[in-house]
Design a protein around this ligand. Structure first.
Ligand code: ZN
Length: 134
């Protein structure tokens, strides 16, 4: 059980991955997070395609680190077998996603080349449409 995260930054992301087969579980899980944590988190819509470094569909829950103590065990307990990446948000996106990250469930292969290109200014952030309607 992840009671505390091995990093401390002001902002933390969690990415909950799903496939066509597990989309319903992801939607149920997302609703549970909304019911319990909507006052303390920002929860994205389901993004039904790979985006940025994320190799499969996912939704994202952003939170302040003080929320992690309660949210991380909740994610572990309720995730319905879905893979979750939890990572700090700092200036170094590659380190955040690779070295400082925590996985719940099966670890997926991220598109790190995207992050490297993003940090080098070669591609635009994929985040702009995350919280908007399709
Ligand atoms: Zn992220």
């Amino acid at each position: 059980m992840t009671n505390t995260l091995p990093f401390s930054t002001e902002f933390t992301h969690s990415h909950i991955y799903y496939t066509a087969e597990t989309r319903e579980a992801a939607e149920r899980f997302r609703q549970k997070i909304i019911e319990k944590f909507s006052d303390r988190t920002q929860i994205s819509r389901l993004v039904d395609r790979p985006i940025g470094p994320h190799p499969v569909p996912m939704f994202e829950v952003d939170f302040h680190s003080e929320t992690a103590r309660e949210l991380a065990p909740f994610l572990e307990k309720e995730r319905e077998g879905l893979s979750i990446l939890i990572h700090p948000v700092s200036e170094d996106e590659v380190k955040d996603h690779v070295e400082r990250s925590v996985w719940l469930g099966t670890k997926l292969e991220l598109n790190i080349a995207f992050l490297e290109e993003f940090m080098a200014g070669k591609v635009e952030s994929a985040r702009t449409d995350l919280h908007t309607k399709k």
